[in-house]
Ligand binder design. Structure first.
Ligand code: ARG
Length: 457
């Protein structure tokens, strides 16, 4: 008979049975579920609701069940619906009637909220560590490329020179905010819902604070209805994951571009590339493409849970069982993406030569010519026009600004002197961009210091 079967006269329909069972995915919460039950019965004994002997028996059996599950010795059963009832059923099989006390003063509604909160805390912490490793990789790479000049782009058009270090550190800061978004989410997930019962607590004298302490929470949920019906800690997690995937995806898109013959800025290591079944010459950037592609499903998971939650009256509704697959899938996808991306980055080869060559063509020093004139008192808008006309002249004759003769330059503005040729050299153009946050090596050294500080925090 079902653990909740008392008021039923008929068996559950077969289709219905399979349809509502969640054990095929929520088995993943077994460790959290058992930890929660151990804390719960410890408290029940302290409060004199069960005896110490009963507590010992239950905890002993739960610990065995945990080991058995870990060893792959347990066959979960769809008849027992979900992980909570599966474990309770296993417990009853092991120790009989005393096991029937484990659920005293508890509902699966506060139990599942507890399990998912613990799970979010565990996986959030693991993800924070993976993001940190990626950030360390970026810092290490940046240190070696302070003087690796490359074009900076807007509209994917060459714009102004930057360095590879500066470009890599741009991502460092995005991932730093991602890390702090996960920390934020963990802070708000850090409250214990146990004791909320199904929705309105229990008449039994539970000690909610004790359970919260035993499980390492910072406190208890203040409202029993909120405790069982809120899933914002999952939504925040899914949003933080989506944003991290978005950043990984943009970076991946750049790696795909840079790895093309057209750019040739990087070469992805064999270990992170794949071949074609037909074209023998191919070496494809599959890791980066897959991460870019998988970003879609992570967004989808966020939208699925947001939409699932939007019309639910308080308190628990079975709809909320649908929060788990998106959560698990997001955890797997994000962790996999972070690991593979970091590995790919650690082994990638940067082609300094190609980056430098690209930075020499495409008028990346045009703004500098305009600003040269500004320093001589020309209003910026006028300097902009003069430079624009010089660019046009150079382009028409297939030259760069540095290849124009002094009299051609003077024709447009007599204020231009011989020193312009030194000033417009790409190294000097870069070195001059030394405001805080700028790409000049001098400024990037400073930025690296902030980055290391941020990582140590
Ligand atoms: N498997 C359920 C879920 O994931 C657990 C809570 C079920 N509660 C209930 N009253 N049916 O949401």
């Amino acid at each position: 008979m079902k653990l909740w079967g008392g008021r039923f006269e008929k068996d559950t329909d077969r289709e219905m049975q399979d349809f509502h069972a969640s054990i095929h995915f929520d088995w993943r919460l077994y460790e959290e579920d058992i930890r929660g039950s151990i804390a719960h019965v410890t408290m029940l004994a302290r409060q004199g609701i069960i005896t110490n002997e009963e507590k010992e028996k239950i905890i002993g059996a739960l610990t065995e069940i945990l080991e058995e599950i870990k060893a792959g010795k347990v066959d979960f059963s769809p008849e027992a619906e979900d992980i909570h009832l599966n474990i309770e059923t296993l417990l009853i099989k092991k120790i009989g009637d005393v096991a029937k006390k484990v659920h005293t003063g508890r509902s699966r509604n506060d139990q599942v909220a507890l399990d998912t909160r613990l799970y979010v805390k565990k996986e959030g912490t693991a993800i924070i560590a993976l993001i940190k490793e990626l950030q360390e990789t970026l810092i290490n790479l940046a240190e070696g490329h302070l003087n690796t000049i490359m074009p900076g782009y807007t509209h994917l058009q060459r714009a102004q020179p930057v360095t590879l270090a500066h470009h890599l550190l741009a991502y460092f800061w995005m991932f730093d905010r991602d890390r702090s978004r996960f920390y934020d989410c963990l802070k708000r997930a850090d409250k214990s819902p146990l004791g909320a019962g199904a929705l309105a607590g229990t008449t039994l004298p539970l000690d909610r604070e004790l359970v919260s302490e035993l499980l390492g929470f910072s406190g208890v949920c203040e409202n029993s209805l909120d405790a069982v019906s809120d899933r914002d800690y999952i939504l925040e997690f899914l949003f933080a994951a989506s944003t991290t995937m978005m950043h990984l995806s943009r970076f991946s898109e750049e790696i795909v571009l840079w790895n093309s013959k057209e750019f040739s800025f990087v070469e992805i290591d064999d270990r992170y590339a794949t071949g074609s079944s037909m074209m023998p010459q191919k070496k494809n950037p599959d890791a980066a493409e897959l991460i870019r592609g998988k970003t879609g499903r992570v967004y989808g998971n966020l939208m699925a849970v947001l939409t699932m939650m939007k019309g639910l009256p308080l308190a628990y509704n079975k709809d909320m069982q649908e929060d788990k697959e998106p959560l698990f899938d997001t955890v797997d996808t994000l962790k996999g993406s972070l690991r593979v991306f970091t590995g790919m980055l650690k082994t990638i080869k940067f082609n300094r030569e190609a980056m430098y060559k690209a930075a020499l063509k495409g008028f990346l020093n045009a703004t500098d010519l305009a600003e040269y004139l500004v320093e001589k008192g020309v209003p910026f808008r006028e300097a902009h026009r003069i430079t624009g006309e010089l660019v046009l002249k150079a382009e028409k004759s297939g030259r760069e600004l540095l290849e124009l003769f002094l009299d051609e330059l003077k024709e447009m503005s007599p204020l231009i002197e011989e020193d312009i040729y030194e000033k417009l050299k790409i190294e000097n153009v870069l070195a001059k961009r030394k405001l805080p946050g700028g790409p000049a090596p001098q400024a990037v050294i400073e930025q690296l210091r902030y980055a290391r500080e941020a990582l140590a925090k």
